[in-house]
Design a protein around this ligand. Structure first.
Ligand SMILES: [Zn+2]
Length: 272
């Protein structure tokens, strides 16, 4: 793959090279997101800074520049060859509007090392302190009746007590022969506009991640959970019939292929 071509494409798209790459030897490029404030489009060029050779596909992601000027990854990096580069830049940029926003400070949220999706500004640390001090000063002041009313917690629904005669008791538990896993329905919220790839799972563990080789955009999700996807790239060996098409699958010992949402964080959970 041509270095000259890739550099020319990045330049034409308005990207500038960074002086440093803290995580590797390749040259990082970035520029502002066309519409979203404090969001930067970041591209790992895949070009080695020492040899000036293409050593891998280019990887594209979005970062939010927080108040401390730290860059938070708000989308997963997706990679592409030169041919798909310009197209993918547009797709990743469009994914910005599906990244959740902090309702307190309007910053974009990102997935922290803990796995939690949190505000890029970590603004809760600031308002947590404020709230505390506000509470302690209020303590001594007399409350008006209106305030008191508002402060009174809503009555909890009283728990129903089943009369003894109507209670059902579990039958004697049989000792389980095998720790057999019951098939469970695993569900996630997939939404139109989500930038998706595919991941293969077995017994709740991801065995194959197709990020970089499969890419699509969710067009429609119906009330039954059927997901219509506009697949734009599939360079993997995964056949069409194994591609996911619902927002749920049956967990268990078999192999399942489910959606991997790249444009925001989702959670697969056991359906009630
Ligand atoms: Zn915030």
């Amino acid at each position: 793959m041509s270095v000259v071509q890739r550099k020319a494409m990045l330049k034409a798209e308005g990207f500038f090279p960074h002086k440093k790459n803290a995580k590797g030897t390749t040259i990082i490029y970035s520029r502002k997101h066309p519409t979203a404030k404090f969001v930067r489009v970041v591209i790992d060029s895949g070009i080695d800074s020492k040899t000036n050779k293409v050593i891998k596909n280019a990887g594209i992601k979005l970062c939010f520049v927080n108040r401390q000027k730290s860059w938070r990854e708000i989308t997963t990096e997706i990679s592409t060859d030169n041919k798909g580069l310009v197209n993918l830049i547009g797709k990743v940029e469009a994914a910005e509007k599906f990244v959740k926003t902090c309702k307190h400070c309007k910053a974009k949220k990102f997935t922290a090392k803990t796995g939690n999706v949190v505000c890029s500004n970590a603004c809760w640390t600031a308002w947590g302190g404020k709230k505390k001090s506000a509470n302690t000063t209020k303590k001594s002041s007399q409350k008006t009746t209106a305030q008191k009313k508002a402060a009174t917690p809503k009555k909890k629904k009283s728990q129903k007590v089943t009369p003894k005669s109507q209670r059902t008791y579990p039958l004697k538990k049989k000792p389980q022969k095998k720790p057999q896993k019951k098939p469970q329905k695993i569900v996630a919220e997939i939404l139109p506009g989500d930038l998706v790839s595919v991941e293969g799972v077995v017994l709740g563990e991801i065995h194959t991640d197709y990020t970089g080789s499969i890419l699509g955009v969710v067009m429609k999700v119906d009330k039954y959970g059927a997901v219509e996807v506009n697949w734009t790239a599939n360079t993997s060996d995964l056949p069409a019939w194994d591609m996911p098409f619902t927002n749920h699958y049956t967990g268990g010992s078999g192999y399942s292929y489910r959606f991997k949402v790249l444009s925001r964080s989702i959670e697969w959970t056991v359906a009630a």
